[in-house]
Design a protein around this ligand. Sequence first.
Ligand code: H2B
Length: 101
Amino acid sequence: MPVEPLSQKEVEDRLAELPGWSLDGDRLTRSYRLGSHFAATAMVVHIAQVQEELNHHSDLTLGYNTVSLSVHTHSAGGTVTEKDVELARRVEDLAPGHGAH
Ligand SMILES: C[C@H](O)[C@H](O)[C@H]1CNC2=NC(N)=NC(=O)C2=N1
């Protein structure tokens, strides 16, 4: 998986296919709302499993019934790369199973 920084256009193109995700500074970000604190906590654990599998980690924030992610690629100088996009896609895939939106 290339760890070259994506161009502004490339980031915009990928965000077009990642509903709810946005670029905040140099990070991809998304917040999810869930039905309870336990549901949000369970989603955090699931995301952590995926992040370990990918060896790619976001800043994860657990709220009362929210899960927020903020991610960029440290080894690419804190820029957005395909690794960040892959993580975002994987989280989008698992979110519905947690009732997250
Ligand atoms: C040694 C380990 O493979 C690296 O530190 C991994 C871990 N998780 C990571 N996560 C993110 N977001 N960026 C990285 O460059 C990164 N590198």
